[in-house]
Design a protein around this ligand. Sequence first.
Ligand code: HEM
Length: 666
Amino acid sequence: MANIGYVTMTLALVLALYASFVSVLGAQRRMSELVVSSRNAAFGVAALITGAVCILEYLLITGDYQTEYVYEVSNRAAPLFYRVTALWGGQSGSLLFWSWLLSLMTTFAIAQKWHSMRLMMPYMIATTQITVAFFLWLVVFIANPFAQTPIIPPDGAGLNPLLRHFGMAIHPPMLYMGFVSFVVPYAFAIAALITHQTSDIWTRTTRRWTLTAWLFLSMGLLLGMWWAYDVLGWGGYWGWDPVENASLIPWLIATPFLHSVVMQENRGMLKRWNMALIILTFCLVIEGTFLTRSGILSSVHSFSQSPIGPLFLVFISIMFAISLYLFITRWNELHSENELDGLVSRESFFLLNNLVFVGLAIIVWWGTHYPLFSEAIVGEKIIVGAPFYEQTTAPLWGVILLMMGIVPVITWRKTSLQKMGRSLVWSIIVAVAVMVALYFGIGLKIGGAVLGFGLCAFALTTILIEYGRGVQVRHRKGESYPVALMTLIGRNRRRYGGYLIHIGTILIAIGIIGSRFYQVETQRNLAIGNSMTIHSDFTGTYTLTYKGLREGDSPDDRIITEAVMDITYNGSPAGQLVPVREYFVVQEQPMTIPAKRSTLRDDLYVILAGWEGQGETATFKAFINPLINWLWIGGFVFILGTVVAAWPTMQEHRERVAAPFGVAVK
Ligand code: HEM
């Protein structure tokens, strides 16, 4: 089976190379049968990689430990779910998984846009298939997931215990889906440059793809945060780790892109900028994969020892050079059709939005790569810590919140300052009231946090008023409030979906400010019957009384130890918490599972750090994380908003039903 898997991957590679070559040849020689053949080859690539993935899954599920990859990431005790998800639990499997998602996504895009984007299609096929071929090259020649060992081990080494979490099982697929989907708008951008179709056709046609890619990337980031919070047991959710940053950086470039394409579509502006952003997004997606796959993060030396790293660099350089060449040679065609009419206009806010996001991306990119540069240049790895990122990015996030609160009242072309001021009176009043209440009423004295909450209140008020105004207009025409809200959103999904995303972002900001500035942490060693107290000026006082240890259910290769704690909140009983320690016998690795008491006000988050004897005494680490659940609620609203923004309008839906593969789409 493993050999069949390997041959299948190799055939897919040959076919992907064929598709990329023949599609360009067909376009150059105007031979449509060659282009059709390249399309069919691309479909064949997807089918073959699907076959290879099915074979690897079969080997994982049946426990074929002679296959090195299966041995590394799975074992007999692993539940079926984790045997299946072990496909992306290691290097070579995840590269195959990447290629598979990429081929499926691009095949779907080719099928969907085949009729409507005939002229660009050959180059779109070539770009996507070259990218698929690159990843297939890696799995065929360098990181073969079907490689065999000479002996048959009785059992596997097992999946890293940290990865046995539902969040971690679906977080990589989400990130990968986000990453691979960005290849579609990039491929259309390259096709637009080659075919000189540099108007807004390519941005319009790929908008939903870009939004979907962005949605997956956002969900991947959120799930990663949830996993870190739920599993790693350090009380936080974002450590500015290079692996986290590698996914955040493309997101920070794709977000302004989503905004600046609105300018291209509405005003014919920012064509060069949009091209530059999508090229950059693609390169950063590949670079992010390179950072996490090449071993360069642990040391620049391991990078030069692994053949994957240099290959990635060669691929990124080639794609970047081709993109740059096309970009420069089409420079004049990408000129702006309009000028900026006024400083206070939607256009100027979109511009500022773009600059701020790109600034954020540069900061995070620099901080992430700094250890690599320092190790390569001075031989010493200097890690850039969380304070660097927090201090440099916080003011820029503040500007983003401010702009989100202003932009709904700004029109295209020009708005007078007086009109803007009048429209924002309520937002300013609410923001000031919130800041005064927090500072003098609750007694919060950290200026940055109070300002942050004020900006959140400001932005939220403007958006809610914007919604309220729209609903009121429809209500006056006879619609009930719920119907008015639904039709308002339905009629302009892009705008109101966008604003819903902004509301989600504001809620996330509230969660981050609360938990980041007002987190309280304490550690105590307790004998049975003893108590510890943890107090937050922001939310109140918890008392935790240690009742003893007990053995938990141990379903597979784990020994589970639970500590029971009685909790009181501000003196009143508030239930029990059971922090857990799991010991993975095969890997000889312990893992802490925090216990949480979650409310909208805060999380009490407790970790069992260790114990003596049979648990006569035990050490606990406790955190109060104020407002943290607003982060997850915000994440939910954020995703909902993106689905609303990406949902096809009735007209688009009718066109799609009439012509499933886009025949009639303008
Ligand atoms: C983290 C911050 C932000 C995120 C995640 C975000 C995300 C989004 C998304 C995904 C859309 C929908 C785009 C589409 O459907 O094509 C959108 C719409 C919009 N965003 Fe943002 N945005 C953010 C900040 C801002 C800022 C700072 C501005 C100020 C210029 C802004 C202005 C807008 C506007 C005006 C729309 C509606 C566009 C329309 O009417 O077609 N956004 N936003």
